[in-house]
Design a protein. Structure first.
Length: 586
């Protein structure tokens, strides 16, 4: 996938360490299906229980696979798989791990540093597929499993209401409740603290828990949150633009040229020219500077006029026909790297057809860019409920997005949204903690959306100081989606959350590291503090720029500074009542 630390790779870590671990002779007490079934947790079926020996930093643990019958919330009963680890010794804590995309797997999408230390710390952990099994084109297609939404229909026109509500929120909450009962019954002791940790859709799951079921967790780590499903409409508008003609499509091999031009325009804006853009929202890059009227579509030194328009569309906020914001634009920084806009937006190979409903073929799976895969399946199977529908025909709007289509999209997806600031207030009022991080160069879910949400919540309260008592946002310069990219993308949020919840020590800064080519075997090439928004890391003016010792999180509000690219993407504009869709959702 181009990065050792993206959200799919993080899931594969679990596959190796937990799901596929080798069995040992039973040594842990009651680590067998009969004993666990005898705990009699309602609606739980134990499928297997295997004693896994200690290995490396991991202690011995009982690996439990099971299913939970999900019920209620106006939907038919469903069934959610879960994987539970019961370590020896246990630290008295419970950790729920989120999953990515449209879920459907037991591979967690979580900060990899947090995950790798969860078992050594003694956490009982649990993960669920949220009530359905995702399937790519082959059993090995892990990406396709999480972009697959065919499970949302029982037949054309007939939604699977159980699976949809389970994906949106029901399965996470009810697996949390059942998991806690299993853990407490197994150890015959109460749970001291309960935490949630997830990125991407895992971040959405954490926000959904905080907004709907605030008593479930004492603290939540939410990375790059999939706050609202409308992001797929921005993906639709971009894909329609780049598929308008061969001259409009930007091939991946043009992205290094674009990145070089953006750095030349913006790198020094944060006070130091170091190859890293701290705040792409402050930039003033204009794609027209790369346009040449004689440029060929394949020329890697320039953009055609149509490609210039495609790039501008990518950076520009999507608005409705009434001018209100639908979704923010993307950051101008770090489009290349193998897990940036090349993976998510442009694709690594050109479409085989610019007019076919599936321009890359393969039923909307790879080799289509990931944003196409998600958008295509969501519109076909969740919104239109028609497997043969051409997703590009969904938006019939001109400058603004088609209002009728927008209303239909919202009706069929908003139950899975966690974007309304006011709904977090109960969680925060109970002195629970929410630690959010987001890569500033995220090509999948723009960090600008998370910034707007955080700012809107601060406006509802008494400002950032009040909000930061229980919720903190850390923006990661140069990081892509849940990892990767050229920025400092490895950091420990679980320990920071523990210290905050258990010791009252709020994180002002989190130490972050970047390895050469994102490969730990090649050594560290950069360290830097991540600062609690609205503060931004600032170079002290002397010393090695790649060393965290020469950067500080001073009492500044530099992250609030907005330039032309930020305004283009939708920052500094709150005319739509905090992005609560059409302003009516409070």
């Amino acid at each position: 996938m181009g990065s050792n630390h993206n959200w799919y790779a993080a899931g594969l870590v679990l596959t190796g360490l937990m799901i596929g671990a080798a069995p040992a002779n039973a040594a842990l007490p009651n680590c067998n299906p009969a004993a666990l079934a005898a705990l009699s947790v309602v609606n739980v079926t134990i499928v297997s229980a295997v004693d896994v020996p200690a290995s490396g930093a991991n202690p011995e643990f009982c690996q439990v696979l099971g299913t939970l019958r999900t019920t209620g919330f106006g939907a038919p009963d469903g069934s959610a798989r879960f994987a539970l680890t019961l370590p020896s010794p246990w630290n008295g804590k419970f950790l729920f791990l989120g999953v990515g995309g449209f879920a459907g797997t037991l591979n967690p999408v979580v900060n990899p540093i947090d995950f790798l230390q969860s078992l050594p710390k003694g956490y009982a952990t649990i993960v669920t597929d949220t009530g359905h099994v995702g399937q790519g084109l082959t059993p090995a297609d892990q990406v396709g499993a999480t972009t697959d939404a065919r499970w949302a229909l029982t037949a054309p026109g007939v939604p699977d209401e159980a699976k949809i509500v389970d994906y949106y929120f029901r399965a996470t909450h009810q697996v949390t409740q059942a998991g806690k009962l299993l853990v407490q019954s197994y150890y015959q002791a109460p749970i001291g603290r309960a935490y949630f940790d997830g990125c991407s859709n895992g971040g959405r799951m954490g926000y959904m828990e905080a907004t709907r079921f605030p008593e479930d967790f004492d603290g939540i780590v939410a990375g790059a949150p999939f706050l609202d499903i409308r992001v797929l409409l921005a993906a639709l508008r971009f894909q329609k633009t780049q598929l308008a003609s061969p001259n409009a499509h930007i091939p991946a091999n043009k992205l290094p040229m674009i990145d070089a031009a953006v750095r030349a325009s913006c790198d020094a804006a944060d006070g130091v020219t170091d190859g890293l853009i701290q705040n792409p929202g402050k930039c003033a890059f204009d794609p027209k500077t790369l346009v040449a009227s004689t440029c060929a579509a394949a020329d890697t030194t320039c953009l055609t006029p149509e490609q210039g328009n495609t790039l501008a569309t990518y950076f520009t906020a999507l608005r409705g026909e009434n001018g209100k914001l639908v979704y923010t634009g993307a950051a101008v920084s770090d489009l290349d790297e193998g897990d940036g806009a090349d993976l998510w937006g442009t694709g690594f190979v050109p479409p085989t057809s610019f007019t076919d409903p599936e321009p890359w073929g393969n039923q909307g799976f790879s080799p289509a860019p990931i944003s196409w895969q998600f958008m295509d399946h969501a519109i076909k199977y969740i919104v239109k409920r028609d497997p043969s529908f051409d997703a590009r025909s969904f938006d019939q709007g001109g400058v603004g997005f088609d209002e009728a289509a927008l209303n239909l999209f919202d009706r069929r997806t908003e139950a899975g949204d966690a974007d309304i600031p006011g709904r977090l207030e109960r969680f925060l009022a109970q002195n629970r903690k929410l630690l959010v991080y987001h890569g500033f160069s995220d090509p999948a879910l723009p960090a600008f959306r998370t910034i707007r949400h955080y700012e809107a919540l601060a406006q509802r309260m008494s400002g950032f100081d009040d909000l930061r008592k229980n919720m903190r946002l850390f923006l990661v310069p140069g990081m892509h989606h849940c990892g990767g990219g050229p920025g400092p993308n490895l950091f420990d949020t679980l320990t920071a959350l523990e210290k905050w919840v258990e010791g009252g020590l709020a994180p002002d800064a989190i130490a972050a590291t970047h390895f050469v080519n994102n490969n730990p075997a090649l050594g560290v090439d950069r360290t830097m503090p991540l600062c609690a928004f609205p503060e931004e890391a600032q170079y002290r003016g002397a010393g090695e720029v790649n060393s965290a010792a020469n950067w500080s999180c001073t009492a500044n509000a530099r992250a609030l500074e907005v330039g032309p690219n930020g305004r283009q993407a939708g920052l500094g504009d709150h005319d739509d009542h905090d992005d609560d869709h059409d302003g009516d959702r409070q």
